[in-house]
Design a protein around this ligand. Structure first.
Ligand code: FEO
Length: 395
């Protein structure tokens, strides 16, 4: 499959409907993904990025239907991660001397991945490449989300090839933002931001401001995953600015794990208290052990506060809760409040340990947390309801 986006630009990527896990097992892709590669035919012929290695043969074969490979003048590698560079080794077997335009870090990373002495041309922000009627301008975007990442802007067609930024793991033959289900699209876009880009939010804000300061007209944002933004592409830029700015909705998310249901009942009691105290707040409960961790992270991203619960096991906390706490430590959410709760039978360390880990993840823990002894009776559940009411007052 390939399709023409404009007179000069053809999408030559791969839609991966089967993908369910990305970055090893770190990111769930319920709706698959795509690896978007773009072929530009101006006076010069340019290929922007490739696809993941499992699809390299298919990619090269399909590319040959669009262009004689020997006619490719330049390859641009906006990002060296293997989902975009994976077909380079096979492609470059056929055209080994074609220059690869990339950032200095991109060249280092590509060399470290493939151990090939390709014809790298290192570029930095503001460097241009004249390809005929259009000019390509390179904009480094370090740490969005790798040190090598860059964007490429094509004048004339007014396309920003943004690589991972503004992308989504979302397979769709429709390929454009105005054609797909908007709820699905934004669910995947916010999940992508929450899980992958949150650690770099200050850089996101600065980079967007820098790009906007160039006052380049942008008619299309051509990402490297998911759909292409052609209808009001500014909408996703505006969303990124919102998401990068310590984003929160009027939501409290309760994440817990439970051995025999005691901590679950505590969670439900706390949720009841929250709702009694504030009818407008959205409360969502997730058992960390049977929920998708990236979906849970996305809900935490949307929240103004979170409550994390676990029963005590072996003087510690349950593994699924520990996993989520470790993830949020790395992600580095800003401006979120938190509390801890959990049931116990004898030693009862869980609430203290969760509290410590929430603080370590830079959450503002608003109280000492709540413990319940063995199976909570009516009084203990009433305490949970009361705790929920009080928690609302503290956030
Ligand atoms: Fe889609 Fe960072 O690679």
């Amino acid at each position: 499959m390939a399709f023409k986006m404009t007179d000069k630009v053809t999408w030559v990527g791969k839609i991966d409907w089967e993908l369910r896990r990305f970055h090893g097992d770190e990111y769930s892709t319920h709706r698959g993904s795509s690896y978007n590669s773009y072929l530009i035919k101006d006076e010069k012929t340019v290929l922007i990025d490739t696809v993941w290695k499992p699809f390299d043969e298919e990619f090269v074969e399909n590319l040959k239907k669009e262009v004689d490979l020997k006619d490719i003048d330049y390859i641009i590698s906006n990002h060296a991660e293997v989902d975009h560079s994976g077909a380079l080794p096979l492609l470059l077997k056929e055209i080994p001397d074609v220059p690869i335009y990339c950032s200095a870090n991109g060249a280092k990373i590509l060399k470290a991945h493939y151990h090939e002495d390709w014809n790298f041309v290192e570029v930095k922000t503001g460097d241009t490449l004249d390809i005929g009627e259009s000019t390509l301008t390179f904009i480094e975007a370090r740490m969005l989300h790798w040190p090598d990442t860059m964007f490429t802007y094509m004048s004339g067609e007014n396309i920003l090839f943004s690589n991972d930024a503004f992308g989504q793991h979302y397979a769709s033959e429709l390929m454009y933002n105005d054609l797909v289900d908007q709820a699905e699209l934004y669910q995947e876009a916010i999940k992508y931001y929450a899980n992958i880009l949150t650690p770099f939010s200050p850089l996101v804000t600065n980079k967007i401001k820098e790009v906007l300061s160039f006052e380049l007209p942008v008619d299309i944002i051509a990402t490297s995953h998911g759909i292409i933004w052609r209808d009001n592409p500014a909408q996703i830029i505006e969303k990124y600015l919102e998401w990068a700015d310590a984003y929160q909705e009027n939501q409290i998310t309760i994440v817990y794990d439970t051995m025999w249901g005691a901590t679950r009942r505590m969670a439900e009691g706390i949720a009841e208290g929250i709702q009694l105290a504030d009818k407008d707040v959205t409360v969502k409960l997730y058992n960390a052990a049977n929920s998708d961790k990236n979906d849970v992270i996305t809900e935490m991203f949307k929240s103004k506060a979170v409550l994390v619960g676990s029963s005590t096991v072996n003087k510690s906390i349950m593994s699924a809760t520990a996993g989520i706490l470790d993830m949020i430590r790395g992600i580095g959410f800003k401006n979120k409040k938190a509390g801890a709760f959990g049931s116990y039978g004898w030693s009862g360390e869980s609430v203290g340990l969760i509290t410590e880990r929430l603080k370590d993840a830079k959450f503002e823990v608003v109280d000492e947390g709540l413990k319940a002894f063995w199976n909570p009776d009516k009084d203990a559940i009433d305490q949970c309801v009361e705790y929920g009411k009080e928690f609302v007052k503290k956030i």
